[in-house]
Design a protein around this ligand. Structure first.
Ligand code: ADP
Ligand code: MG
Length: 896
């Protein structure tokens, strides 16, 4: 057990002797024993004993100690003012944090100040803006099962987004998990393992919350009739557990509240639950998400914007950013739904002025979902209400720019954009222009909103006026011209008379303070006024706080309307973003074909949306898959553009299904159900997943799960093993994909013999990328053409990459030797690669890696040639290239 968690041993031993405060700490640690308890003492959050030692080290703050009659305890404090940044570090270190605040004013009760855990902060339940990325959701997940069914529930506690789905396949659930990438997961009893990736924190939680009866009750407290809403038992369990976890994390305002099994724990802003079937959306598993670079750049040192979302995101608001990410995460399948988005994008793309105006207006839209969440959780201050007011103020203009729209989607949005005039008016009337952050110290409520408040303020003002006039009056009355009226915080108001004038002081002056050159006095009348002012101000502050809470409550009651508005604004923003990208980067509207039997992909002048942004000039390429063109074997030297081409085809398909325009001159597409990708191990070393097993595992998934509605990308698979094995596997896969699966497939390969395999298959064809040599330098055209490549130009690429000249020269020699030794003297180096049928029998029928080959020199040198050809020179460092060449050379020499 982590010594930072749970009640400290040193305290547990003498629980009953502890001072009341330490006993409180001990008990809170006991109750929240899976979290690190931050214990408010005045302006600090303190931790003690093991937790103190841990936090001191993690946060690099000083370890002190606290001594009382029962002993000395190590102690570490972090200032409350700056707590968020420390909490962030604790979360990063893998802790959950329970914040125990003082929930009554010191002195309010006779004993020790009451404390309660007002929030439990965990990676998946963050609501603090400081700890959250604005433009992305932060989900906590729960997984439950029931019989065959595995269910997944996902909740963004900061926005109230709540989803549920289920499947009989835990793999399918794992795929959904990678789509939403939750930060934390609560796992029910008996749920399958391996559903969550390593970077997702798995939280143990009371198993009882997963029980059906209890879950039904929890879910019913939020939504009427969970049975109708959720498809399966497992879904109800997952949702119920997740809601209870969110309530637990929300904390409570007092111990009493926690004890009461109650309504007040309910998170009122969770108003919608979206149940979906994974099959309603284009399926993308973790591998596809990663290799298509939707959200994360693939290269370790990749630039942030080198992702699909990076190039598409021109949204103005956090709301729009999240909506766009949701669309990219879940591309659609139904042409009608896609067309509805495309219509809107097209209209906005055409009307330049409206689009630009909207984009401008949307800059002033605050994060309404999180705002209303805070308002509903009673965490919002007056400034939050002002942010809401400022957002509502732009809604009429946003609406105006959508008036007269032609397409249904925009018309619908126009209708949905309720400017919430009543709420706006309420905030305008009640809250001042620029209120302070604090909500208990007044200065929040506007003049004229409440008569009683105005009266109190008038009293205070009158009193101050009376005091302002006092100086003049007293000077006249006493004849002391230098008499002054002043104020200090200790003694209050006073009349100051300098020593030489003390004789003229009237009888009703009462001495308050003696200074070096003067005396300070008060009069009964002044005292009375002062009390009046102070009393009025205090009551005004209290009243303001009450009024503010009332206004906040009124707004909170409208949570559903605010959420509906937020959704409409988010949608407008996401559509405007897509239209902006379409216009700025010359995208075209894809034509979507009905999902008949035959899958078609026809792209003219397609570009890679991400690569084209980083490239000075990008060469567009066509792609045509239909009828008997179903499987393409793509060859060409390293760096010629194979990977880029394949990904661009997949990304264009995906973008179209998102409802976006696409980077192409024209595109005709049938929506696909699923995109599979597999990038060969050698390309993926950066990701630390270079093992052959992983590669085979993923290939197995594709072969099992792909069908004729799938788009499959295979990039250099079969490299993790010997050339012969690799080629054999590649060929068998190709045949299987062609004969059995019928998926639309792009297969980039260094195995040139595969091109011949493709010629023999009815629905397969070959594509290649050619390079030219000019003055010994390779020139890449990045142009795709029909047929197989004639050479791999590995040696030339080595030159370009800076491999030292002697090595390059020797490589040329070796390649030439191999060519000479080849029995049938073709001029295509590609053919030097042995076919699996011949090489596999090198020593008596067993497939053997060239490295261990025992065959004689000619066979061996052709193996060396094959190895040379398979080298990814562009991906090697010069030293690696040298070592490899050295090895190959010695291999030849040993045999001579
Ligand atoms: P391969 O997979 O054939 O080794 P890549 O697809 O990785 O080649 O492309 C190598 C590099 O060439 C890319 O990083 C990109 O900079 C450039 N490139 C690829 N395709 C194009 C293109 N169509 N137009 C311009 N540059 C391209
Ligand atoms: Mg490649």
């Amino acid at each position: 057990m982590d010594p930072a968690l749970g009640p400290p041993e040193a305290m547990a031993e003498k629980r009953d002797e502890l001072t009341p405060m330490m006993a409180q700490y001990h008990d809170l640690c006991d109750r929240y024993d899976d979290a690190l308890v931050l214990f408010q003492v005045g302006d600090f959050y303190e931790t003690f004993c093991g937790a103190a030692e841990r936090t001191a080290r993690l946060l690099e703050v000083t370890l002190t100690s606290r001594e009382d009659s029962t002993g000395e305890y190590p102690m570490t404090g972090i200032p409350i003012d700056n707590a968020e940044s420390y909490i962030e570090e604790l979360l990063e270190a893998g802790y959950r944090v329970a914040v125990a605040d003082q929930v009554e004013e010191p002195g309010e009760s006779s004993g020790v100040v009451d404390r309660a855990v007002t929030r439990v902060i965990t990676p998946g339940t963050l609501t603090e803006d400081e700890l959250l990325a604005g433009d992305d959701n932060n989900f906590v997940a729960a997984v439950a099962c029931s019989g065959e069914e595995v269910a997944l529930a996902l909740l963004d506690v900061s926005t109230g987004d709540f989803l549920a789905t289920s499947s009989t396949s835990s793999k399918a659930i794992a795929d959904e998990v990678s789509r939403f990438d939750p930060a934390e997961a609560v796992v029910g009893p008996g749920a399958p393992t391996g559903v969550f990736p390593d970077d997702c924190m798995e939280t143990p939680f009371d198993e009882a919350v997963f029980e059906r009866e209890r879950a039904v009750e929890t879910v019913s407290a939020y939504f009427r009739n969970p049975d109708a809403l959720l498809a399966t038992d497992a879904e109800i369990r997952a949702c119920g557990a997740l809601l209870e976890y969110a309530e637990y994390a929300r904390g409570s305002e007092s111990e009493a509240e926690l004890e009461a099994d109650d309504e007040s724990a309910r998170l009122e802003y969770i108003t919608h639950l979206t149940r979906y079937d994974p099959r309603e959306y284009l399926l993308l598993d973790a591998v596809a998400l990663r290799s298509l670079e939707l959200f994360e750049p693939r290269a370790v040192h990749g630039r942030d914007e080198a992702t699909l979302v990076g190039v598409l995101d021109e949204t103005s608001s956090a709301l729009g950013g999240r909506k766009l990410r949701d669309w990219i995460r879940r591309p659609l399948l139904e042409p009608a739904r896609i067309e509805a988005r495309l219509d809107a994008v097209e209209e906005l793309q055409r009307s330049v002025r409206a689009r630009e105006k909207l984009q401008d207006l949307l800059w002033d839209v605050y994060d309404l979902e999180r705002l209303i969440g805070r308002i509903s959780r009673e965490r919002a201050n007056a400034r939050d209400l002002c942010s809401l007011r400022a957002t509502l103020a732009v809604v009429p203009d946003v609406r105006a720019h959508l008036a007269g729209s032609e397409c249904d989607r925009l018309q619908q949005l126009h209708a949905d954009l309720d400017p919430l005039a009543d709420i706006r008016e309420l905030i305008e009337d009640s809250i001042v222009e620029d209120p302070p952050i604090e909500i208990t110290e007044g200065g929040i409520v506007a003049e004229g909103y409440d008569e009683n408040l105005d009266a109190l303020r008038q009293t205070a003002r009158d009193g101050k006026q009376w005091i302002d006039d006092l100086e003049e009056r007293e000077r006249e009355r006493t004849g002391i011209d230098s008499l002054k009226v002043g104020y200090n915080s200790v003694h209050g108001y006073y009349i100051e008379v300098t020593n030489p004038n003390l004789d003229s002081v009237p009888d009703d002056y009462q001495r308050r303070q003696t200074l070096k050159n003067s005396e300070r006095f008060a009069t009964p009348a002044l005292k009375e006024r002062e009390d009046e002012i102070v009393g009025a101000e205090e009551r005004a502050d209290e009243l303001e706080y009450e009024l503010f809470r009332e206004v906040r409550k009124t707004v909170a009651n409208e949570v559903e309307r605010v959420q509906a508005l937020a959704d409409a604004l988010a949608t407008v923003d996401a559509l405007v973003s897509l239209a902006t990208v379409a216009a700025q980067y010359d995208y075209c509207r894809p034509e979507l074909l009905e999902r008949g039997d035959d899958l078609e992909v026809e792209i003219e002048g397609g570009r890679h949306p991400v690569v084209e942004r980083t490239q000075e000039s990008f060469v567009p390429n066509d792609a045509r898959f239909a009828g008997d063109r179903r499987l393409a074997v793509i060859t060409g030297p390293n760096m010629s553009g194979k990977s880029t081409y394949m990904r661009q085809v997949a990304q264009i398909v995906l973008l179209a299904q998102v409802g976006s325009f696409v980077p192409a001159r024209s595109a005709r597409l049938t929506p696909v159900d699923r995109i599979f990708t597999r990038v060969g191990a050698s390309d993926d070393i950066a990701g630390g997943r270079s093992t052959f097993m992983v590669e085979m595992d993923e290939l197995a998934t594709i072969l099992r799960e792909a069908d004729d509605r799938s788009l499959v990308l295979l990039d250099e698979v079969g490299r993790g093993t010997s050339t012969a094995d690799g080629l054999a596997i590649a060929q068998a896969m190709t045949e299987h994909l062609h004969d059995e699966v019928g998926a639309t497939t792009l297969f980039a390969t260094h195995h040139h013999p595969l091109t011949e395999v493709a010629e023999d298959l009815e629905d397969a064809f070959t594509l290649h990328f050619e390079v030219d040599q000019e003055d010994g330098e390779v020139v890449f055209h990045h142009e795709v053409a029909p047929g197989a490549a004639t050479g791999s130009y590995g040696v030339e690429v080595a030159t370009a990459a800076g491999v030292p000249e002697p090595v390059v020269a020797r490589s040329r020699e070796l390649v030439a030797e191999t060519a000479d030794e080849r029995p049938d003297d073709s001029d295509s180096p590609a053919e030097a690669t042995p076919k699996p049928t011949t090489s596999a029998t090198a020593d008596g029928g067993e497939q053997t890696a060239p490295r261990q080959s025992t065959s004689d020199a000619p066979g061996l040198s052709s193996d060396v040639a094959a190895e040379l050809q398979a080298l990814e020179v562009a991906h090697m460092t010069p030293v690696e290239a040298l070592a490899e060449l050295d090895r190959l050379k010695r291999l030849l020499e040993d045999r001579r």
